[in-house]
Design a protein around this ligand. Sequence first.
Ligand SMILES: C[S@@+](CC[C@H](N)C(=O)[O-])C[C@H]1O[C@@H](n2cnc3c(N)ncnc32)[C@H](O)[C@@H]1O
Length: 343
Amino acid sequence: MAGDLTYMVTAAPGLEDIVVSEIMSKFPQAWIRAQMRGRVLLVTDDPWESLLQLGCIDNLYLHLGWLKVGPHKADLPDLTSEIASLAFPEFPLLTRPNGKTMAIVNASRSGRHTFSRFDAAAAALEGLTLGRGYVPGTKDAHDLHFRLDILGQDALFSLKLTDAAFRFRGQRSFSRAALRPSVAHALVWLSDPREDDVFLDPFCGSGTIPIERAAYPAVSITGGDISPAAVQTATQNAPEQVEIRLLDACDLKEIPSGSITSIVTNLPWGKQIAKDEDLDALYCRFLAEAKRVLAASGRAILLTDRHEELAEACRMAQMQCRALYTISLHGMLPAVYSVTHGN
Ligand SMILES: C[S@@+](CC[C@H](N)C(=O)[O-])C[C@H]1O[C@@H](n2cnc3c(N)ncnc32)[C@H](O)[C@@H]1O
């Protein structure tokens, strides 16, 4: 269709299906052109700013083209020529009326090549200089930020449309073990948020998950943590419809039985665990409380890399546990689980 543009969105590897589900739900006219590790290409004539309502993505790019890249450093002049002759789409940011445009290129590379990603970025920037008259900018001073993703003999070339403020939701402060907001949003999206939800994140840390949950209506949204410091940070971060409480996830006595429709939480796991912390006991006690507070049709979406501990805790609590997705996060591979009463 006239006006259609191709965009690339990025997300934590493993979350691509969830990103596609969010795109299809929020932009029903868009179509998915490709899905790769950590990236989805979509085509739409929706204004690009409207795509910023996608919560599961880290960044948004305007896709400019698929290029061919040879394996050797001697092949890089071909990349320069390809970019110099690339026909750019009509896009407001690309057509600056006055003065010189400063551009930078970041490159990533997977596959076997005899050049580095820095060599490739320099070749691409030269192409932009020759073809478009752009001048090289710096990390701190540039008008346009391009990205070159080299995947073997192919490369994706794109223009970055989002900055760090988008990825980290402005100036919010994060605890050491905080999830990226996009990952928290993906967990929330998987929980299938409904306006009659009574929502709880009982290990909320700096509040990333309940804050992302606040993007959708609910009866109530509560985050809790056993650490007073975490509660203080989460309280500062959270919008007013989110209630943050000091609570022990293993002893939720203030929460009535069967009153919660949706739990989404990032359990303690990975490097955040103290050496002497007994995760088996923590998971068992939490799962017993989750079973008590969850409504009969309720569901918990849990993130952890402690697969065996979680499976055992669910077995003890007689809850059904299903692994949904494995995510690549900070060099670790936690999985997302759906836990239900399963009766
Ligand atoms: C993985 S972090 C959660 C990080 C959070 N998702 C964020 O983005 O900031 C786990 C949190 O569980 C909390 N915690 C540990 N044991 C707890 C317990 N028994 N009850 C409630 N919170 C607990 C820790 O204080 C920590 O903040």
